[in-house]
Design a protein around this ligand. Structure first.
Ligand SMILES: NC(=O)c1ccc[n+]([C@@H]2O[C@H](COP(=O)([O-])OP(=O)(O)OC[C@H]3O[C@@H](n4cnc5c(N)ncnc54)[C@H](O)[C@@H]3O)[C@@H](O)[C@H]2O)c1
Ligand SMILES: [Fe+2]
Length: 385
């Protein structure tokens, strides 16, 4: 029997996407087409040591593109990483960025391309009102994105998440031109992810779709993308967790990750509003953190989302309405070895008040179906203990 075909396609929304196994070979062509002659490849330190990164650099080098490498990128990247990246970009005389990695490498790479041509501090471009219009659009270098995890969707997003190292607050930096010009989605690059990261990033994709679907604003396009994204996670995340080199399943998870980020233009909610302060203070994995708090948030929001979740459950082939959906989420998490609560995840009880205090100020809190007060956030944290 021949192996199942892994999907291969070219898409033009929300940006130009070359999707398919092996398509990393098209990186030099994509870089050239963006008018880049001296790319700076930005990734995190662990990835920089892996063969997938060496091969990408070899491909660029072999095409005469003389790439630089910047890898001072933490998971949950900071303003310090960003400043160093901007300095490397300028010193190396680069004219574009290949953002390569999980959400951390992608976000930092995108922000380096953005900030290298700005004069104002990065916090002036936080995702608040029309602050993005303060930026000089001519000062943004072209970005090619190459995701190596499947979940954050940063490769098709217009934002980068940067942690302020002074006060440990995660800030969302937004500009429409942070959307990469071309994305190479090659599922083979995700095969080597540690299992914990496969699970966590997959749950991030699910959280993006779920929160976008439940956010109260009117955006049926996003909702349509969100429910199919959740179907892909339901079908393929357990499969890829069991068989890491299943390329077809890896490809569908890569789609689900990108779909989540497109869908969450509609809004996110308390899962992310709680996850951001937890990640900023305890340096936890973002998607895993979402998975840990997800059931508590669903439970607290029940009154506002029950009807909607019943429709979703029917689409996903889950019986039992809201309760059936909750059981499905709990079983999905358990099958992925997600810790059952915050304490088991390593978050000390002494942090609970601070997390609940910060969550309502997170920019994603506004999308929660019920107003996220400090009291409600504290209840959610308690329920997630
Ligand atoms: N821009 C957005 O819209 C958006 C959305 C969600 C999350 N984020 C951000 O993304 C970050 C999390 O990204 P992530 O979950 O992709 O994890 P990550 O980028 O932090 O990577 C996690 C770990 O996995 C390793 N890794 C990544 N790909 C690998 C591969 N193919 N093989 C082996 N190891 C690999 C990395 O080296 C790292 O150690 C957080 O900072 C989060 O805030 C951004
Ligand atoms: Fe997320």
């Amino acid at each position: 029997m021949s192996p199942p075909m892994s999907p291969n396609a070219n898409w033009s929304y929300p940006t130009s996407i070359r999707f398919g196994a092996g398509r990393i070979s098209e990186l030099p062509e994509a870089v050239r087409a963006a008018g880049i002659a001296r790319p700076l490849l930005v990734t995190d330190k662990a990835l920089a040591a892996l063969p997938i990164t060496a091969s990408a650099l070899d491909l660029l080098d072999g095409a005469g593109l003389k790439p630089g490498l910047f890898s001072e990128v933490q998971s949950n990247p900071t303003d310090t990483n960003l400043e160093a990246g901007v300095a490397a970009f300028r010193e190396g005389g680069h004219d574009g960025v290949v953002a390569f990695g999980g959400g951390s490498g992608l976000d930092l790479g995108k922000c380096v391309a953005f900030m290298q041509g700005q004069t104002r501090p990065v916090w002036d471009f936080e995702d608040i009102g029309d602050w993005w219009t303060r930026a000089d659009p001519d000062g943004i270098a072209p970005i090619i994105a190459v995701p190596t995890t499947a979940g954050t969707g940063s490769e098709v997003g217009r934002a980068g998440v940067i942690t302020n190292s002074a006060d440990h607050v995660k800030k969302v930096i937004f500009h429409p031109k942070l959307l990469p010009e071309t994305v190479i989605c090659d599922p083979e690059l995700t095969v080597g992810m540690p299992r914990f990261i496969t699970a966590g990033t997959g749950m991030d994709a699910f959280a993006h779709c779920l929160e976008a679907y439940c956010a109260p604003s009117y955006h049926p396009m996003s909702e349509g993308i969100a429910i199919e994204g959740m179907r892909l996670v339901k079908e393929y995340l357990p499969r890829v967790y069991a068989a890491p080199d299943d390329i077809e399943a890896r490809a569908h998870m890569m789609s689900a990750g990108a779909m989540g980020a497109v869908a969450f233009q509609k809004g996110l909610g308390a899962i992310h509003a709680l996850s951001h302060p937890i990640g900023a203070h305890h340096d936890t994995h973002h998607g895993m953190t979402n998975a840990v708090v997800m059931p508590a948030v669903l439970h607290a929001n029940r009154g506002a989302i029950e009807g909607r979740i019943e429709r979703l459950a029917a689409f996903l082939g889950i019986s039992g309405g809201f309760d059936g959906f909750m059981d499905f989420v709990l079983a999905l998490r358990a099958g992925l070895d997600v810790p059952p609560g915050l304490i088991a995840f390593g978050i000390p009880e002494t942090s609970f008040d601070a997390i609940a205090e910060m969550a309502p100020d997170d920019p994603t809190a506004g999308g929660n179906p019920i107003k996220l007060t400090r009291e409600l956030a504290r209840e959610m944290v308690e329920a997630a203990r």
